[in-house]
Design a protein around this ligand. Structure first.
Ligand code: PEP
Ligand code: CO
Length: 448
């Protein structure tokens, strides 16, 4: 079965999970035809470049920062929200570049992250049982809009295109110009010593940039702009199939640079693994509790039989409590098998909890703890953590507790906006970048 020929629709013969039920097959076909007819969002050359950069990251010459919303919302497709998201991602990447002393590959959960897997098909809203919200790609958050609507796939395409177009314009227009430290907002850092440390770090970063400029280095142009890649979970396979294009002898999904397989759809003989094995894009694979080393190796056999570096990023989300027991056997199995993978840590999805009032939240300290443990475990077992994966926003939301503003559970209702998982806000995201950069720096200098 493994060697049966692949084509963009070969997943249709395999068992599939997490797909919406559309009532009207003609409307579904019409929507998919429209998606297919629209121009691609990205170019195969960009996809190949990302794979090469991720290969460098797996060799320790770059570091991956992947981040963005759990679920993008159509209402957030506006200039200020996109600018704030881009700003926090760029600032974090500068801080991480400083800490890791290597260039950062930036991959946003953006311009297509509209579909969500759900644990249950239905949920209770104000005591009423309705179909679960599966992301703006599928249905609406309002309880009366829960029927899966295929025209939303076309809207998702247009919203992705509008988002990516503005991101590309901002980057080309100089928004990423690192010469302007004034855009850094450290007002949130309450602790005076820490604030002074961060100010010093920013000072040193901007001085280095000025030095390179004064030296007339060819870098100065490249510092004004930068590259940002897009990613989303490849969940709705009919949609992903419609984005799949033949380029030369290869097939690419040109709806995003990188797609990842979620924790709930990573079954070896399932439809998702079948679809993903045939596209040339770099792939993320979520590694959650229950994924045994042997199964992981089988999955890599299937998704990356030629062991191409940069092809697979393992995005590990074992949780602060599970990582120390469950990560080492995976690291050892990958080392023994000689597999080329890039290891990334998603410290968000294993650390979600519910408050007494039913809000989903995550604790900043637990997120940080999973990150630190992951860095240390990799070092201990002769491997390296080469990337991090966050759910974040550039806005001042109150969804995760703790962090530099010391948010409490009682603060959460103030600005709780996510339709899905809780995100780090601007202050929490920047603080995490500083702490991770410090941790990498201390490890490098032998202080850990
Ligand atoms: C996500 O990244 O939003 C997600 C649903 O993650 P996971 O598949 O790891 O649960
Ligand atoms: Co999420």
């Amino acid at each position: 079965m493994m060697n049966a020929p692949w084509h963009p629709g070969s997943w249709r013969t395999r068992p599939i999970r997490q797909q919406p039920q559309y009532d009207d097959p003609d409307a579904l076909d019409a929507a998919l035809r429209q998606v297919k007819a629209l121009p691609p969002l990205v170019h195969a050359g960009e996809v190949d470049r990302l794979r090469e950069e991720l290969a460098e990251a797996s060799a320790g010459r770059r570091f991956l920062l992947q981040g963005g919303d759990c679920a993008e919302r159509f209402v957030d497709c506006n200039a200020p929200t996109i600018e704030n998201k881009l700003k926090i991602l760029l600032q974090m990447s500068v801080v991480l570049t400083w800490g890791a002393r290597t260039p950062v590959v930036r991959v946003a959960r953006l311009a297509g992250q509209y579909a969500k897997p759900r644990s249950n098909d239905t949920e209770l809203v104000d005591g009423r049982e309705v179909l679960s919200y599966r992301g703006d790609h599928v249905n609406g958050i309002h309880p009366d809009e829960r029927q899966a609507d295929p025209s939303r796939m076309v809207r998702a395409c247009y919203h992705s295109a509008a988002t990516l177009n503005y991101v590309r314009a901002l980057l080309a227009g100089g928004f990423a110009d690192l010469h302007r430290p004034s855009t850094w907002d450290l007002g949130f850092v309450r602790h005076p010593r820490r604030r002074a440390e961060y100010e010093q770090m920013i000072q040193r970063i901007t001085e280095s940039i000025q030095f390179m400029e004064a030296a007339g280095a060819p870098y100065s142009e490249s510092l004004k702009t930068c590259e940002l890649f897009t990613s989303h979970e490849g969940l709705l396979l009919a949609y992903e199939e419609a984005q799949t294009v033949r380029v030369g002898n290869d097939w690419y999904n040109l709806g995003a640079h990188l797609l990842w397989i979620g924790h709930r759809t990573r079954h070896l003989d399932g439809a998702h693994v079948e679809y993903f094995r045939g596209i040339k894009n770099p792939l993320g694979v979520k590694v959650g509790p229950g994924l045994e080393a042997a199964e992981l190796i089988h999955m890599l056999d299937r998704l990356n039989p030629d062991n191409i570096p940069g092809r697979i990023t393992l995005i590990v989300r074992l949780g602060e409590k599970g990582v120390s027991a469950n990560l080492p056997p995976l690291i050892q199995a990958i080392r023994r098998s000689g597999r080329a993978v890039l290891w990334s840590c998603d410290p968000m999805h294993g650390n979600t909890e519910s408050t007494a009032s039913g809000l989903k939240t995550r604790d900043f300290d637990r997120i940080l703890s999973e990150l630190r443990q992951s860095f240390d475990l990799h070092r201990l077992y002769g491997s390296a953590l080469g990337g991090v994966h966050f759910e974040l926003t550039g806005d001042d939301v109150t969804e995760c507790v703790g962090g530099p503003q010391d948010l409490q559970v009682s603060d959460l209702s103030r600005s709780y906006e996510t339709f899905c998982d809780p995100r780090l806000n601007y202050a929490q995201s920047l603080e995490l970048a500083f702490l991770v950069a410090q941790h990498i720096g201390q490890a490098r200098d032998g202080h850990l």
